[in-house]
Write a protein that binds this ligand. Structure first.
Ligand code: SAM
Ligand code: SF4
Length: 353
């Protein structure tokens, strides 16, 4: 068994927020091409640019030694990375030794075979992304995925003892007619469900984003008309707000990064699979950690690099200021207008959203 990470002073940003949550992207690759996330002909990164599993674990261990208590493994699709269980097993070894929770966000395609190994590694909760219960729609949205292995994966996850939460991106004109059905379906399975407002990610054809955008205020109003919703307090330090659905007894969450600001309590940072650390999603400020692991500068103090990145964590993101403005979704924007957004989109893509 690897040694316990030495406890170092915690990571606290200039605004007094303690960083306790790392979102760790382990690949940019995916077996799906969800229309809101990736172009169909997406070019994946050269393998040499992607951190090895050992490098990812080294960085994760450094974060845990500085007080990170929760790690979410994401992607791309994390469960398609070759030998990814090696990383889960390594990180699972930190549970109870600084790390409090190890979770994963997945499209569910590989869950049927991976659920039990994930549980054995110490994972207890998984987020599974599912935007529709209609097989043809699922195929159209993911451009290549099948719904049935995902549903089988959900069942396997529950059989293995994993607690499953469903993430659903609310998409105008696509699944807006299914939102109530999704709430009922999740309720019948006793699964919590979170709706996510679509964000300007991925390099998509002009006009697509405007066409996809469905404000969660609208989702909430619709669900409120159909179900009895009671707000509940769940402080995850994140952007979700939660309601209990009286009719099902389950909770629904709404994540509206575009129309709400949740920065005051932000406790999280993101690492891309290439080793870029983003202290804030909505800012382009970033630190490259890969040089601290490889090449000439290998041996540079990883801890110092991480602390220095956290010192740049801004007070708030700029999404709400700039991107909730409907004009930013205008297909007629110039390339220049898109430049910052594209940088954010790239970051989002490799950090797992
Ligand atoms: N492949 C995994 C999955 O789909 O769950 C993990 C990575 S995926 C990028 C993480 C989450 O981001 C998923 O729940 C996905 O639905 C969400 N996501 C991707 N693109 C998005 C977008 N443009 N707006 C909002 N959420 C998005
Ligand atoms: Fe793949 Fe997840 Fe993006 Fe869909 S949302 S293309 S499953 S990374």
């Amino acid at each position: 068994m690897e040694s316990v990470p030495t406890a170092l002073p915690p990571l606290v940003d200039p605004f007094g927020r303690r960083v306790s949550y790392l979102r760790l992207s382990v690949t940019d690759r995916c077996d799906f091409r969800c229309a809101y996330c990736m172009a169909e002909d997406v070019q994946f990164l050269p393998k040499r640019d992607v951190l090895s599993l050992e490098e990812l674990e080294q960085i994760a261990r450094a974060f845990v030694s500085m007080g990170v208590t929760k790690i979410r493994v994401t992607g791309g699709e994390p469960l398609v990375r070759r030998n990814v269980m090696q990383l889960f097993t390594g990180l699972g070894g930190l549970l109870g030794r600084g790390l409090g929770e190890l979770t994963v966000t997945t499209n569910g395609s590989q869950l049927e075979r991976m659920a039990s190994p994930l549980f054995a590694a110490g994972v207890r909760r998984v987020n599974v992304s599912l935007d529709t219960l209609k097989p043809e729609r699922f195929r159209a949205l993911t451009r290549r995925g099948d719904l049935s292995p995902v549903l089988a994966g959900l069942q396997a996850a529950r059989n293995a003892g994993l607690k499953v939460k469903i993430n659903t991106v609310a998409l105008k004109g696509f699944n807006e007619d299914e939102l109530e059905d999704l709430v009922l379906w999740a309720g019948a399975q006793k699964l919590d469900l979170t709706f996510i407002e679509v964000m300007p990610m991925g390099e998509l054809p002009a006009g697509t984003r405007l066409a996809q955008f469905l404000p969660l205020t609208e989702v909430q109003a619709r669900l409120g008309a159909r179900f009895q919703l009671t707000p509940i307090a769940k402080d995850t330090g994140g952007p979700s707000r939660y309601w209990r659905v009286a009719e099902t007894g389950c909770d629904i969450g709404l994540i509206a990064p575009m129309t709400e600001n949740f920065c005051g309590s932000c406790n999280r940072v993101r690492l891309t699979c290439t080793g870029t650390l983003y202290p804030c999603l909505g800012k382009t400020s970033a630190r490259e950690l890969r040089p601290a692991l490889r090449g000439e500068k290998a041996g540079t103090n990883l801890e110092a690099e991480i602390r220095s990145a956290i010192a740049d964590k801004p007070k708030g993101h700029e999404f709400a200021l700039h991107l909730a403005d409907a004009s930013r979704f205008d297909a007629s924007r110039s390339d220049e207008t898109c430049a910052n957004e594209t940088a954010i989109a790239r970051a989002m893509h490799t950090t797992g959203g």
